[in-house]
Write a protein that binds this ligand. Structure first.
Ligand SMILES: Nc1ncnc2c1ncn2[C@@H]1O[C@H](COP(=O)(O)OP(=O)(O)OP(=O)(O)O)[C@@H](O)[C@H]1O
Ligand SMILES: [Mg+2]
Length: 587
């Protein structure tokens, strides 16, 4: 019908079909159950003829006796078939939801960092919730209509033809008119459904931000602003839903009116037929019953275009995510444990094509087991630089070598296995301290190793005071811990990984001087036998590294040891003097 015009129907439903196929045995049960429903319903209206003509008009005792039994059997059959239909379709629907949800989630795990960072979370989240439900609903509805309703219509037509072919022809003239109406009304739907999904995403987004940012909202009086934001996106959502509801119910109403006029015509025609003596009361009632039986399924066929369209819109955005290319992982080189020499050769990078580069022609070399500090003003590109090593982003030009092999030639997972990281923004999961520490593959580490890492990162200090100890759940993003505690867990995690290359991006920035010094000691011990890239604003923490590079607007402007750079009296010396005078005036 409407959808023949839309090539996406085939694509989206073709792909959805692949999610249904694994459940074909249940599907077969559903089809049989639906067919049974159609047959049972049609036989019920067919029985109206003997009920009327034999029992009520002709007073045939024989019929009067088996008729109630037949009806009981029919209703039992209907119950069984209905139950089997609902539960098997439900089973398929829920399985499709789970499979789709898992596929989308898997995609979220492997999408390039760039994609994730440039897309709002709200719409991504609503795909996991709203879209998958919508798609599955659409699939089950479409299947129901295609099988049960279509068969019911066919069976009802059979009864109608059997009872009065002439009246049937009359009814058939009405059907194309209805079909045309369905087509016209159906077009209005898809526009709205796509937008509804967008606005659901926006609602999720705003709500998520308010919950996350509740302290900022409170202190800066963001109530009105946030409420306005919500009202405006929610209002959009409400309007679009209303439009959808209106156009859908208008579709139903108009179809019903058409049906009503049709029924009036049928009654008129039936009157003429019965005057001619060609139509018994039983036949007419049975015919009429069959026609009424057809009404609901036909109405659902009208509505199905809306559901179908919603399914397409929802499926489209799901599949567009599922089809997004993964991170590029074309390298084959693997190494159980790299030695850890790192070299940047003329590396340039910008987050967006055309923007001025964040890194421009950066070259440096760190020998295996040595340490390098990257210092420079905020925004000079330090975090960006270290992020290129584990390939969160790929350099636009130039090469980054780990043990003399380009990072692009490594198997991505293997490359990352060799790198440990304490990032500038600490990420903890809503789980226990222990699980945050022994996160991911670190789960396999022994209890002794975990304790050792906890000790070195001075996590034991505060864990011992918590009633649940390591089992304490840290809350969303670790919010139930202090900033310094969070940071210590992140350091512990990086220590536990014990990889040959360690990246510390402002790893100790949240710690007080005493804790920092103690952890610094632990880190320095650790840095002895591994390659370390340290970023720190507090220059006192990087004095002991083997080499320091100073980054300014994406370029290396100076490099050397602490002593050399002080002696050179350039950028670094200036930075250092500034901090030194700050610290003395602070203390
Ligand atoms: N994910 C991103 N997408 C787009 N631009 C980014 C992204 N991350 C950083 N930038 C931009 O790149 C530049 C360098 O950022 P970067 O985080 O590397 O600085 P930084 O030296 O680590 O600063 P800080 O000392 O404040 O942490 C900044 O101008 C920033 O606006
Ligand atoms: Mg940074």
């Amino acid at each position: 019908m409407t959808n023949r015009l839309d090539p996406r129907v085939k694509v989206v439903y073709g792909r959805l079909w692949r999610y249904v196929m694994p459940h074909k045995i249940i599907g077969l049960i559903a089809v049989i159950a639906m067919a049974a429903t159609a047959v049972v319903e049609a036989s019920m209206v067919w029985l109206v003829e003997p009920l009327m003509d034999e029992t009520l008009v002709a007073h045939n005792l024989e019929t009067a006796r088996w008729m109630p039994v037949a009806f009981v059997i029919i209703f039992i059959g209907r119950g069984i078939a209905g139950f089997a239909t609902e539960s098997s379709l439900g089973w398929i629907g829920r399985s499709v939801i789970s499979d789709l949800r898992r596929d989308v989630f898997k995609k979220f795990l492997t999408l390039p960092t760039k994609f994730i960072e440039t897309h709002s979370t709200g719409p991504m989240l609503s795909r996991m919730t709203y879209n998958v439900e919508m798609v599955a609903e659409s699939v089950t509805n479409v299947v129901t209509v295609m099988v049960r309703d279509l068969l019911t219509v066919i069976a009802a037509m059979g009864v109608m033809i059997y009872q009065s072919p002439r009246l049937f022809v009359f009814v058939m003239i009405l059907l194309p008119i209805i079909a045309v109406l369905i087509q016209i009304l159906g077009k209005a739907f898809r526009r709205y459904s796509g937008r509804i999904q967008d606005s659901v995403g926006e609602v999720t987004q705003v709500t998520d931000e308010v919950l996350r940012g509740n302290r900022v909202v409170k202190i800066f009086g963001g109530y009105e602003y946030e409420l306005e934001r919500l009202v405006s996106v929610d209002e959009r959502n409400r309007r679009q839903n209303l439009k959808l509801i209106r156009s859908r119910s208008l579709g139903v109403a108009v179809t019903q009116v058409i049906f009503g006029i049709g029924i009036a015509g049928v009654i008129y025609a039936a009157g003429i037929e019965s005057v001619n003596g060609d139509l018994s009361p039983g036949s007419f009632m049975s015919f009429f019953g069959a026609m009424m039986l057809m009404l609901q399924p036909l109405r659902r066929i009208t509505n199905i275009s809306a559901t179908l369209q919603r399914g397409i819109a929802a499926g489209d955005s799901l599949f567009s995510i599922i089809d997004e290319p993964d991170e590029i992982d074309s390298g084959a080189h693997t190494s159980d444990k790299v030695r850890g020499s790192v070299e940047f050769r003329n590396v340039s990078f910008s987050y967006n094509d055309g923007n001025s580069p964040v890194l421009a022609g950066v070259s440096f070399k760190v020998d295996a087991g040595k340490s390098i500090a990257i210092v420079g003003h905020s925004g000079s590109g330090k975090s960006t630089l270290v992020g290129l090593l584990p390939r969160f982003y790929d350099a636009d030009s130039g090469t980054i070598l780990l043990d003399g092999t380009s990072v692009k030639d490594y198997e991505l997972g293997n490359l990352r296995d060799n790198i440990s990281l304490v990032s500038q923004d600490i990420v903890l999961f809503n789980d226990t301290i222990e699980n945050n520490l022994a996160y991911g593959q670190l789960r396999r580490r022994s209890q002794a190793e975990i304790l050792q890492a906890a000790e070195a990162a001075h996590i034991l200090d505060f864990v011992q005071e918590l009633p649940d100890g390591f089992e304490t759940v840290v809350g969303d993003r670790g919010l139930l811990l202090s900033g310094g505690q969070r940071q210590r867990v992140a350091i512990g995690r990086a220590l536990l990984k014990n990889a040959p290359v360690l990246i510390l991006d402002e790893a100790t920035s949240s710690l007080d001087t005493k804790s920092e010094r103690r952890i610094q000691d632990a880190l320095e011990k650790l840095m002895k036998d591994r390659t370390t890239l340290v970023i720190a604003h507090r220059l006192s923490t990087v004095e002991n590294v083997d080499q320091i590079i100073v980054l300014d607007r994406g370029c290396i402007v100076e490099s050397g040891s602490h002593k050399e750079l002080l002696a050179a009296d350039g950028h670094y010396a200036a930075l250092y003097r500034m901090q030194f005078s700050d610290e003395t005036s602070d203390d």
